[in-house]
Design a protein around this ligand. Structure first.
Ligand SMILES: [Zn+2]
Length: 359
């Protein structure tokens, strides 16, 4: 077997190169996994386009993956060779700090926002140390893998962590049957939120500037109504035309873009006494402006959502495993690893929802 493998690394903004690096060697309780699929996502595309704060080049990326175990280390059951797997713990928690013992492991004092730390690790491609999963092989601890049941396809399974992030935000909200739930941003993040809202018996509204995304939200049945709007004013007019809640607006508005403008828009669109979820991530230090009237007199509640707990992951796994959520709908197209730049450019230009990279 060849001792090298192909891996995609970022060397600068929009500079991705597929190079040969040493293949990982495994130790006790570890397994070598052939990566079968790794998705582009909002995060990977942001990283591709403008790098990651505080992180030098080059580095690997790509976080939603699934693979097949091809080699097992000492202490690992050999019958696992050939089994499909994913990593179920996208963020690790210490389980011992102030936050973890209160069930808020996504805020863990030791490893909270762990993905940021993972992303800030220094890669050493010449030694085979490449973070992320846009690569042919990965070395994993067997204890951190989830072996997929036979019926679960890797196209769905690789996106379980992605669904878990949405579930984390969803569980913060109080959505009741008969509510109107609007989502500003109809990319994959927003569409999952709308699918979850449907499961609660809500009527859903997708709001976006991109017509293709709105068509997608409608086509997959996530949105009952779609609104093409460039700003809060246009969205507000359209919601009035639809006579949502007698013109008062949606009970819940979810922001799934991650821009100051759309944060402010979400706060403007929700009805009095409604709830807003700020789900799209924005860099630290960003300021937005709200009319305090909306918070005090209109009694709207604003929530944030960041990361996941293991409970969110297990709930996401169940929904995907039971076939209630089928994340394969988000795969617009597939590209071999060597053509990763093409996929990232398409994603960046909004020409598709997500792309599957097949290493
Ligand atoms: Zn902790």
């Amino acid at each position: 077997m060849s001792r090298t493998m192909k891996a995609a690394l970022l060397y600068g903004p929009r500079d991705v190169r597929v190079i040969d690096v040493p293949k990982p060697t495994i130790g006790p309780w570890e397994v070598l996994v052939k990566v079968k699929i790794c998705m582009t996502s909002g995060t990977t595309v942001k990283q591709y386009a403008r790098g990651y704060p505080g992180r030098g080049y080059p580095h690997g990326f790509g976080y939603e993956w699934a693979g097949e175990i091809v080699e097992v280390g000492e202490g690992v059951d050999e019958s696992l060779i050939g089994k499909k797997c994913i990593s179920l713990a996208p963020e690790y928690a210490c389980n011992n700090c102030f936050f973890c013992i209160r069930g808020q492991s996504n805020l863990c004092a030791q490893t909270g926002h762990a993905l940021d730390k993972v992303r800030c690790e220094v890669d050493e491609p010449e030694k085979g140390k490449v973070s992320g999963y846009f690569k042919e092989y990965t070395k994993e601890k067997i204890s951190e893998l989830y072996i997929l049941p036979e019926h679960l396809h890797i196209d769905d399974a690789c996106q379980i962590p992605y669904v878990a992030y949405a579930i984390h935000g969803h569980r913060i909200l109080r959505i009741n049957p008969g509510d109107y739930v609007a989502c500003v941003g109809a990319g994959a993040m927003g569409v999952i939120q709308l699918i979850l809202a449907h499961l609660k018996g809500a009527k859903t509204i997708a709001i976006d500037v991109n017509e293709d995304r709105l068509d997608f939200a409608k086509k997959v049945g996530a949105a009952d109504f779609v609104i093409k709007a460039k700003n809060a004013h246009e969205a507000k007019m359209a919601l009035k035309d639809l006579n949502i809640n007698d013109g008062w607006g949606p009970d819940i508005v979810i922001e799934a873009v991650g821009l100051p403008q759309t944060y402010e828009e979400a706060v403007e669109l929700v009805r009095r006494g409604g709830q807003v979820l700020l789900y799209g991530g924005i860099p630290e230090g960003t300021k937005v402006t709200f009319d305090t009237y909306r918070l005090h007199y209109d009694e709207i509640a604003i929530f944030g959502s960041s990361g996941v707990t293991m409970e969110d992951v297990i709930r996401a796994r169940n929904l995907v495993e039971w076939g209630i959520i089928k994340p394969n709908i988000f795969i617009t197209d597939r590209f071999p690893l060597i053509k990763i730049k093409e996929a990232l450019e398409l994603h960046l230009q909004g020409k598709g929802i997500k792309f599957a990279i097949i290493p």
